[in-house]
Design a protein around this ligand. Structure first.
Ligand SMILES: NC(=[NH2+])NCCC[C@H](N)C(=O)O
Length: 353
């Protein structure tokens, strides 16, 4: 059963222009989107309710070059991708504005970055070009179709860490829900969709060079809600998957070492793209999301994932997705947006010491 039509699918013709990544998309149906209020009502309760807590934003040791894939001086291009059609709930489209309102960009510059604040993607006419380092503010996880297409065109050797409760490895043929946010990885894999021209609206993906994501270039962290068909694909394709069971068993430190090792063992100079779905985190800390699942990452584990990828020196781009302030009231919405904000700061080098 497919709810999402061709018009609602990302059109992304990423191209590499002298080291630049470009993200043209076209979500024609986006014009129909009704943006909800961009402010979070924090008066009522929800979420864990930690009350008034302190958070210190300090960059790591400046003498270490932790971002070897980023131009010097350290520059980050921030693009909002306000997409909400990949799943049934309106609201993920407000997150870029909410993150900006919370002072995200100011924090990134206080962490020592030159911040290139690019306009939000306009899904009718999109072509965004970002310099070496890119941060996308989702939107639902269907934006991964566009970002991966663009990133792999610019840097085909990129390895991907997909932090998520879900595998997002469905295809229109096997998806139980028909929701596009559950398909970005399936659509990027040749083994699962050999010719994307058969999917109405995705014909553009086969134009020109269209690098695919190889199963051995992907690592999952945080899985705990996998569809039956996805499980079969993960096994048959031999995709490295660290589920919540592995995190319980090995600890997040060992899991992240193994995840990074899997991508960098053969080529330590390879760039890493980190795709962070907020639903990887336990709903106790991130209740404002559309497909919440119990038993997720703790607050510290959620941060550690980012901090440790930064320490590898290989992080080149990242996206944070599925924040939806309309799906939790008051405190829960604020805490979710705040966590998203902090995770982006951690991806930009903010750390404890
Ligand atoms: N990015 C997400 N939150 N994905 C949830 C996907 C859930 C389910 N597996 C589906 O395909 O519908």
């Amino acid at each position: 059963m497919i709810h999402v039509t061709a018009q609602q699918v990302a059109r992304s013709v990423g191209r590499s222009l002298c080291g630049k990544t470009s993200f043209p998309h076209s979500y024609e149906a986006f014009a129909l989107s009704t943006r909800s209020s961009s402010s979070v009502n924090s008066s009522s309760s929800g979420g864990a309710g930690y009350g008034n807590v302190h958070h210190q934003m300090l960059p790591g040791d400046e003498s270490e070059n932790l971002f070897r894939h980023v131009a010097n001086p350290k520059t980050i291009s921030v693009i909002g991708a306000p997409m909400t059609f990949g799943q049934p709930f309106v609201g993920t489209d407000s997150s870029p504005a909410l993150l900006r309102e919370q002072g995200l960009l100011k924090d990134l510059s206080s962490l020592g970055w030159r911040v290139e604040d690019l306009p939000d993607l306009d899904f009718n006419n999109i072509c965004s070009e970002a310099d070496a380092s890119l941060s996308l503010l989702g939107g639902d996880h269907s934006i991964g179709i566009g970002s991966l297409a663009g990133i792999l065109r610019a840097k085909p050797e990129t390895g991907v860490i997909w932090v998520d409760a879900h595998a997002d490895l469905n295809t229109p043929d096997i998806s139980e829900s028909g929701n596009m946010h559950g398909m970005p990885l399936g659509i990027m894999m040749k083994e699962l969709v050999p010719d994307r021209r058969v999917i109405p609206g995705l014909e553009w993906m086969e134009e020109g060079t269209s690098p695919r994501l190889r199963p051995d270039s992907l690592v999952y962290v945080g899985l705990r809600d996998i569809d039956k068909a996805e499980r079969k694909c993960i096994r048959e394709l031999g995709i490295k998957a660290f589920t919540m069971y592995d995190i319980d068993h090995l600890g997040i430190g060992r899991v992240m070492d193994l995840a990074i090792d899997h991508l960098l063992a053969k080529d330590p100079n390879r760039p890493i793209h980190l795709s962070y779905d907020i639903d990887a985190v336990d709903p106790l800390h991130a209740p404002a999301t559309g497909t919440a699942v119990r038993g997720g990452l703790t607050w510290r584990e959620a941060h550690f994932v980012c901090e440790h990828v930064v320490k590898s020196g290989a992080l080149a781009s990242a996206e944070i997705v599925e924040l939806n302030a309309t799906l939790s009231d008051g405190q829960g919405a604020s805490e979710t947006i705040e966590l998203g904000h902090q995770l982006i700061a951690a991806l930009c080098g903010e750390c404890i010491f």
